[in-house]
Design a protein around this ligand. Structure first.
Ligand code: SAH
Ligand code: SF4
Ligand code: F3S
Length: 461
């Protein structure tokens, strides 16, 4: 009998990337192998996102394509999981009745069962909430040297623009000892870098016995032998306190990069967003971080065109960007989402106004990113090699501890190995350099086949 195959397309954020790795892990434990393309697979999965409206449209386009393949190969199974499935279960049933399995964000582990139940009838199952942190699932990791590690799921905040609490449920933290054990086990498999995942990593532990703090978790990971780099996403400015900054500054492994989403620079807009900090409180945190970790790179998320945003409010965002001097920013045009308070607010802005503000903001951020990167020219930076450069296959790409992408010429360096590169040139989104030293080979393991993916940061739109 020939082996059954699967193919996963992932939208959205790192949580979804990690969930896709776990879906792949469960399927492989059930005897499936990864197909080279969706067109050839027995099971085609879409792990969806609904953070902005474009993500919805995109899914239905892709489902239409999958249906055309299923018409030719009726045995093919189509699975829709993730946040849009959680939001839209019945809509998917109506708009795409040929979908075989729909599962939400709270029942990932049910995938093998739902697949086996869907041979005659479609199997649709969405749960409302997860009460305890889900038990560990096998993961087919995309990378032999990097791993996502979930520290909490869900979100207890109520940012008025955001659909995440509605589709990911309330916050549930994972026990500190379980996180450390998973990291130790990953390191024993050759992992040198982990990224801790949570919607608000700084509220980690509040629901656990003994209330372990995020800072304690960072310090505990510092003692894991063989672990070289720890990243995390995302901290929430309102909960990011001096103890976490001190743990970062004193840690061997925690990287000098922090993604600290600000969303807007105007106090009036921040209030309407219910972000629970003022511009000044946010800037205090930025200063505290820079004082404690002078080499830190700070990045952010910004929403342009929130309902009621005036030109004056937007000027406040521009002046905050100038003051905070971010190394980079993910900039988004506000998109009204169902089940959110902002969708019902007055003052929704015309598309052309939002676009024009967005263009001004991105131009400013590009200039500042370039200024930061130009300052790195001439410096020697330690990189972990990530593979061949996508732009120029003659070159390799690596990442600094500050999360900057560097393209450089070098041969015989395997993925996951360390090296030192002198920075020669800079552009807003990457650096170019020359190899000066090979060092600290971290893993001899070879690359595994990557999962299909739309990228790392939130690429849903
Ligand atoms: N938990 C993270 C954010 C997760 S969503 C945090 O609080 O930082 C990732 C980003 O998507 C947000 O930071 C925000 O900038 C953007 N976003 C969320 N909802 C949006 C919406 N309705 N329209 C536009 N951008 C949105
Ligand atoms: Fe959304 Fe706010 Fe929660 Fe982040 S903290 S996931 S923006 S509600
Ligand atoms: Fe869900 Fe992440 Fe998108 S939590 S809505 S996949 S940004």
């Amino acid at each position: 009998m020939t082996q059954k195959t699967y193919f996963i397309t992932t939208y959205g954020c790192q949580m979804n990337e990690h969930d896709s790795e776990r879906m792949a892990g469960m399927l492989e434990a059930d005897g499936y192998a990864k197909a080279a393309a969706a067109d050839e697979a027995d099971v085609v999965l879409f792990n969806t996102c609904c953070i902005r409206e474009k993500a919805d449209t995109r899914l239905y386009g892709n489902l239409g394509h999958a249906k055309a393949i299923k018409d030719k190969r009726p045995d093919m199974r189509i699975v829709v999981g993730g946040c849009l499935a959680q939001k839209d279960k019945s809509i998917i049933q109506q708009r795409a009745p040929y979908v075989d399995v729909v599962l939400g964000t709270h029942n990932l582990a049910s995938l093998p069962r739902l697949l086996s139940e869907s041979t005659d009838e479609p199997a649709f199952e969405i749960l409302e909430q997860t009460e305890v942190f889900p038990s560990a699932l096998p993961a087919r990791r995309k990378s032999p040297w990097h791993a996502w590690v979930s520290i909490s799921i869900g979100c207890n905040n109520s940012c008025t623009f955001c659909i995440v609490p509605a589709v990911r449920g309330k916050e549930v933290s994972r026990r500190l000892g379980d996180i450390v054990s998973e990291v130790e086990s990953l390191v024993s498999e050759g992992v040198v870098e982990v990224t801790l995942l949570g919607q608000n990593v700084n509220s980690y532990g509040r629901d656990l016995d003994g209330k372990p703090l995020f800072a304690q978790l960072l310090r505990a990971l510092d003692t894991v032998d063989g672990l070289e780099r720890v990243r995390f996403t995302s901290p929430h400015p309102k909960d990011f306190r001096a103890d976490s900054v001190a743990a970062m500054a004193e840690s061997r492994v925690v990287c000098e990069h922090i993604h600290l989403p600000v969303q807007a620079g105007s106090d009036r807009v921040l209030k309407r967003m219910k972000r629970a900090y003022s511009r000044e409180r946010y800037m205090e945190k930025v200063r505290m971080i820079r004082d404690a970790i002078p080499t830190v790179a700070i990045t952010t998320d910004i929403i342009v065109g929130f309902p009621g945003e005036t030109e004056e409010d937007f000027q406040q965002t521009l002046s905050l960007v100038e003051e905070a001097r971010y190394d980079g920013a993910y900039t988004f045009q506000y998109s009204p989402r169902p089940m959110t308070e902002a969708a019902g607010m007055t003052g929704h802005l015309p598309k052309d106004v939002v676009q024009e503000r967005y263009d001004r903001l991105t131009a400013m951020q590009e200039r500042i990113s370039l200024e930061h990167n130009l300052a790195a020219v001439g410096r020697a930076e330690e990189l972990i090699v990530e593979g061949l450069s996508k732009k120029d296959p003659e070159k390799l790409t690596g990442r600094t501890r500050t999360n900057k992408l560097v393209h450089f010429r070098g041969s015989g360096l395997s993925e996951g190995s360390f090296c030192k590169v002198r920075i020669d040139r800079a552009s807003p989104h990457h650096l170019e350099g020359s190899l000066v030293e090979r060092g600290r080979p971290a893993t001899a393991r070879k690359l595994t086949l990557p999962l299909a993916s739309t990228g790392s940061a939130c690429t849903s739109c």
